[in-house]
Design a protein around this ligand. Sequence first.
Ligand SMILES: [Zn+2]
Ligand SMILES: [Zn+2]
Length: 410
Amino acid sequence: MNKPQMSIREALTALELTEEATLGDVRHQYRRLAMVWHPDKNASTSAATRMVRINLAWECVLKLFQDCVGSADREFDDIKVVAAFATVHLNSVGASSNPFDFSGSSSPWRSAHQERQDPFWQGQQFYGGTVPGKRGRNIKRKLKLTLFEAAFGTVRELEGEVQDLCTTCGGDGRSSRHGRQCTACRGAGAIRADRSYSQRWSSANVECPTCRGHGQIFESCKACEGNGLGAMRKWNTVIKTPPGARTGDVLVQFGMGGKSSSPDLQGELHCSIEVLPHDYLHLNEDGVLEVNALVSIWRWIAGGEVVVPLLDGSRVVRFPSMAHEVYVKGEGWPTPEGKGVRGDLLVQMMPLPLGELTQEQRQAVDKLASEDMHPFLKQWDQAMQAWTHGTQATRFPEKPPRKKKAPGMP
Ligand SMILES: [Zn+2]
Ligand SMILES: [Zn+2]
């Protein structure tokens, strides 16, 4: 399917829906509008162009859900379109500067909050004018992923309950932003009161007890009786984690938290990722996937092959004699650049400590020892011969020896 030539915002408008609409709403509305505007059923001149836009909008939402959760099946009908939009969008941070381009990249995000700058999410531009009220509550969740899920990405359904703010006053508790002037302090917020300081009487300003220093008296919001709270509300959504997620990454979905007096003040869902530890595979601090490979010390000395676990299988890896580290190309952690590129897997060779030797092993090692032709061994032999036949003067010369490598020391 080609990329639909329509933004999510335009799609919702074309379907006569708000940003509260779920996939189910879109499905229902698409059918309804298609009945009304299909050229076979509607003779008006604008019917054909309307139908094209309605089809485009439907295609656009379908594509969004396919990118977000892999399908637009009915099981996702409860999910808000903007929630799916936010998830996909975050996944493509850095891949595109166009906030409405969700044409598909899976690079991990790092700075979710910069997305707040997008005009779609800026209330001042989208909804027009500043609105009173506080930001709705953010929902915080911990997302525990296995190493496999973290590496390749996964989809999680989340649900819970959130306390909304009063949608009338936005948590403010007041019926309007401006009250009437306090008569006790004439709007000053403070009154003069006599006080005693060390037996000396003086007067000082204190907070006006009638208006508590505001200078104005506010009417309580009638919808919430002044406590600023709205309803407890059940929520649910799906989160798609990008490949290569790491512990400490935070995935943000906008418009999923507690509500307030306007949609742009709705809180966010923050999912912080924790990657579960694994017995064999381990993501180190440099973001390199590591595995420890146990080998016999003799095999390690000789070099050879070892079977190592991969994220999705295993591989026989050749290693040179006495190698400490071997890399398996392309079997490591996904790179931050994304696009399916993976780093290399680091295999740490772990030769096992020597155990008790058998008679045969002892003989074999003895043979190896007697055949050892290391050049420093020859130098050491010569030095020991000189020592043996030397005198105190040659063994302990008064002049310090010229700086040179001591025999036997590499
Ligand atoms: Zn007052
Ligand atoms: Zn209220």
